[in-house]
Design a protein around this ligand. Structure first.
Ligand code: GLY
Ligand code: MN
Ligand code: MN
Length: 357
């Protein structure tokens, strides 16, 4: 058995055991990244999977006959719905089947009900929970994606200067990531300078960088289905005392949270720690999003690092730490690192240099 097959059979064993605990025998998988996770098929947005107690099927259509045969670790059935559902129906006889309630439309549920012998049961997060802990091979891909992003950012740095256009910087960064081996950007690169920095997800615009501004660049690469995610905020020449103070506060919040990462820590407590630091600078209200999130086959996945999160850090999780402050008419700062939780504590995977005042 190849290493590849060994990985997927372990995943199937784990998902079957999770299904048993959830009180069902089978799972209809419609969340694309979950389909990829369980089969290895790299176009999962055009596929579904069926996990049975002693079999598993990947369903996709004729455009992917060759690709699915090459990539899928589980048997493939080529058809379009409702033929796929008709193929599954006799396999489900006498079984209780679950579906992913967050990833099925009302129309799709209606089709399952129309074709299958038993009423499917709504389930939530079964495969996502397995994906929380990354294997060594998954960590390697995430780390490689981040290394490509860091190398591209190093190439970009000399271009980040007064007179440059935000859109040109985003394009240069994305093109460098591709040239350096990425499959593509992880998301639309964020470049937000000056007062636009107050937009946490400010798309790169035609604004030109000006002296005395801060510029936030949030970038990631995609590789083998996995993502990286990191952010740096840079100063263009001399910045004001209030900008400097914002930056210092965010850096201190980030470093405080980074230092506290280890297995057993509640993610809500990490979020609180960063908020506490920003509170000391009277900037807690300007931190308008959560501290971070898991990264893997999705840029945003579990665990969540927010005040309402109930998750606890475990070795093998890959998370971001990304405090930020955003003030209308003044601008914003975000600093984001990608971190692997290890048995000993943590290992930061992102290495782009940080501005220090
Ligand atoms: N780039 C999106 C985020 O940092 O979460
Ligand atoms: Mn980001
Ligand atoms: Mn992020």
């Amino acid at each position: 058995m190849s290493k590849h097959q060994a990985d997927f059979s372990a995943r199937l064993t784990a998902v079957r055991s999770a299904l048993k605990s959830a009180g069902v025998d089978a799972l209809w998988v419609s969340q694309p990244e979950n389909v990829n996770y369980l089969s290895g098929f790299s176009s999962p947005e055009d596929a579904k999977a069926l996990i049975l107690p002693d079999a598993a099927w990947l369903y996709t259509d004729g455009r992917y006959t060759l690709q699915a045969a090459q990539e899928s670790a589980i048997p493939v059935f080529i058809a379009r719905s409702p033929e796929t559902l008709q193929h599954a129906a006799p396999l489900l006889s006498g079984l209780k089947v679950g579906f992913e309630m967050q990833h099925l439309t009302v129309a799709e549920l209606g089709a399952l009900q129309a074709h299958w012998p038993t009423e499917p049961a709504p389930l939530s997060g079964v495969v996502e929970r397995l994906r929380l802990i990354k294997s060594d091979a998954e960590v390697q891909l995430i780390e490689q994606a981040q290394a490509i992003a860091d190398a591209a950012f190093a190439e970009l740095l000399p271009m980040v200067k007064v007179g440059a256009r935000e859109q040109d910087l985003a394009l240069a960064l994305e093109s460098a990531m591709r040239r350096l081996g990425a499959d593509g950007p992880a998301f639309e690169t964020i470049v937000a300078s000056g007062v636009r920095g107050a937009l946490p997800h400010g798309r790169a615009s035609d604004k030109v960088l000006a002296e005395g501004e801060l510029v936030t660049i949030d970038f990631g690469a995609r590789l083998g289905g996995y993502f990286s995610d990191s952010t740096r905020t840079l100063a263009l020449g001399e910045v004001s005392e209030s900008q400097r103070r914002m930056y210092t506060a965010v850096l201190e919040a980030e470093e405080t949270a980074l230092a506290a990462i280890k297995p057993g820590v509640r993610t809500a407590d990490l979020d609180a720690l960063a908020r506490e630091v920003l509170g000391r600078y009277d900037l807690a209200d300007a931190f308008v999003h959560s501290l971070g999130h898991g990264v893997g086959l999705n840029v945003h996945e579990g665990p969540g690092l927010r005040s309402t999160s109930e998750e606890v850090l475990q070795a093998g999780m890959v998370i971001t730490i990304e405090p930020g402050v955003y003030i209308e008419h003044l601008g914003g700062v975000r600093i984001e690192d990608l971190v692997l939780v290890t048995d000993e504590g943590s290992r930061v995977l992102s290495h782009s240099p940080k501005e220090r005042f």
